[in-house]
Design a protein around this ligand. Sequence first.
Ligand code: C2O
Ligand code: CU
Ligand code: CU
Length: 464
Amino acid sequence: FRTQAAAAEVRPAPSATPSARPVATPPAFSVPLSVPPTLRPSKVTADTDYYEITIGKSHANIVPGARTEVLTYQGSYPGPTIRARSGRKVVIKQRNHLDEPASVHLHGGSVEQASDGSPMTPIKSGGSQIYTYPNLQPHANLWMHDHTHHLESEHLYRGLANLYLLTDRIEQSLPLPSGRYDVPLMLSDVRLDSKGQLVYEMDDAFNRTTLLVNGRPRPYFKVDARKYRFRLVNTSNLRMFWLSLSDGTPLTVIGADGGLLPAPYETERLLISPGERADLIIDFSKYAPGTQLILKNDLPPGDPSLIGEVIRFDVGRKVRDTSSVPATLRTLPAVPEADTTRQMVMYMDEVGAGTNAFLNGKAFDAGRIDIDIKHGSTEEWILTNTSQTIPHNFHTHLVQFRVTGRNGGPATGFETGLKDTVLLWPGEYVTLRATFDTYRGVFPYHCHMVDHSAMGMMAQMRIA
Ligand code: C2O
Ligand code: CU
Ligand code: CU
């Protein structure tokens, strides 16, 4: 019945004027990929890059024949990429031209409370705020998105997201693909009506059946026959992406949320839940010019939200490639011993509208501090998803953490790197360790299936 509901959405509406002709999602691989522009600083000083961004309504060409109303950072759908360097500050003046509050969060960033863009300190309509990002952490694949409490889900869905790629000397010293061979891929999904406009409803996972890469519906991308680096971020509210290449060639994964892994690894399927990032190398040099390779989305059969393809790579000519993937990418410090252990239970009502979501039995209350953390200490958190059928994922502000176990076994794959978001299937448990030795203050942690956090699956920690 869900399929019928989706089909009803694109059924042509009777209309007299050609301009009101209904639009539908185009067939797969009929539009080219676009790459979000890199934002230019408005001012550069010896130690700081200054940017100005306007948050506003705009139009995007998502499907041919329609001007889709979207929300944008600086007019770009999705938002422009910011490239920053460890040790250089970034200061962004955000102007809110929406007729409602907005709040900008640097996801994965180590940032003071005043610039965290927390849910309860939005920029009011017509106002502006200056966010300061010290970039004192090592390189990382960060991203920015709206975090206004109760509006974050709709704002993110309508386009308020961008990549913030933080680099450092260690990363720069590696011979990885760079320049135009280092390509952001922002993965999301939307529900479009017959006029090509976005339809937003809370917790509407099964109807968001148009997959987008950088805001384009299942695009194709012309690549040279050489190595590429792809920076993936799953910006969708609820959708899992389970990626593989159509010819069965394994994906080479080199990085996660908090930057490069200690060593690359190969996997036939890579699962990325909402908010997570993955850094991939695909080597197209073994393919003959003219080869078409599809990055597939392999969800379990029967999943009503299944969409089998994400993007097609059209392999072109062979070009010189001096890049390579070293066997050792970085050294991570040893996982610290924990001073304190806590339980975090994630649960959501599965009957009825499912409008109640809890962390440790409580729905979010901005007036409540849920845990007190001693500055300088390391904590071990045991996360459990007690929902019967609903996956959750856990994200905490302020820190990158280490995953120390999953369901009693060790962390594997990209969970061996620095992480700030981790997936829990129903019934799973995951342990992590984080050290709180940077900023003091109050910061949220929550499920990053943002419709769930908007429904209450969020809490606050105070570091003092
Ligand atoms: Cu990406 Cu509190 O979120
Ligand atoms: Cu965050
Ligand atoms: Cu959740």
